[in-house]
Design a protein around this ligand. Structure first.
Ligand SMILES: [Zn+2]
Length: 235
């Protein structure tokens, strides 16, 4: 049996021949991205594809691809369709919650899904150099980093890291009860943090904002519900 995280799911046959439609949509979701497919996909088409993948994830109809075959098929190059800025949270692995596989997406993960110079540089590589057409900032419910920022947790390097989320705490306020026990406020901060991160990418990266202006890229925010697996666009 090949490498697979998804042996419990039924799906299309692994290793199916790749066929590309005019819109770039996959005839088989196990087909790896190619230069040709990347070229014909629209930025919005990429977002639609990711959201369709999340629907498969939520409904338990993830495609059980042969990851060994995909490793071989991508050995000589990669043409990913999207880049995700997500939290390190163990419940929100981007490849799984969007039902993507080897070669499909770049994934930058950091507690609290914000950006810094290093992550912006990574996104510029993913989009401008490697051709990804959508950046998704993926927050999630019940985020420990957001809760820690709200509670102003002090611990080693975490203190400085959580300070990066303070602007979202301020944007979501003022609030009578600044506490991680205030679940409504926790979600407000998580939403604000995603929106601020989307804005920060556009404001701080001329490379990426230029691609957006040229219609070559979309940058969207999204929220993952850890209770259901459902992802909702929150732009
Ligand atoms: Zn988190």
């Amino acid at each position: 049996m090949g490498i697979s995280r998804r042996n419990f799911f039924y799906g299309t046959a692994a290793g199916a021949a790749m066929v590309i439609s005019a819109s770039g949509a996959r005839a088989s979701t196990c087909a790896i991205p190619t230069k040709e497919r990347q070229a014909v996909l629209s930025p919005q088409g990429v977002v639609d594809e990711l959201m369709a993948g999340n629907q498969r994830f939520v409904s338990g109809t993830m495609v059980n691809c042969d990851l060994n075959a995909q490793v071989k098929q991508t050995a000589t190059g990669q043409y990913p369709i999207a880049a995700v800025v997500g939290c390190i949270d163990s419940r929100v692995p981007p490849e799984m919650v969007f039902d993507q596989n080897i070669g499909d997406i770049f994934s930058a993960r950091i507690a609290g899904n914000f950006v810094n110079t290093d992550i912006l540089g990574s996104l510029e590589f993913a989009c401008h150099v490697a051709g990804a057409k959508a950046v998704v900032v993926l927050g999630h419910t019940s985020c420990g980093a957001v809760k820690g920022a709200i509670d102003q947790v002090k611990l080693g390097k975490l203190t400085d890291m959580l300070a990066r989320i303070e602007p979202a705490v301020q944007a979501a306020g003022p609030v009578a009860e600044r506490s991680s026990k205030n679940s409504e406020f926790v979600q407000k901060v998580a939403d604000a943090n995603v929106s601020l991160t989307v804005e920060a990418i556009k404001a701080q990266s001329e490379v990426l904002s230029g691609m957006v202006a040229a219609g070559e890229l979309v940058i969207v925010g999204a929220m993952h519900d850890v209770a259901t697996g459902q992802i909702t666009l929150i732009n």
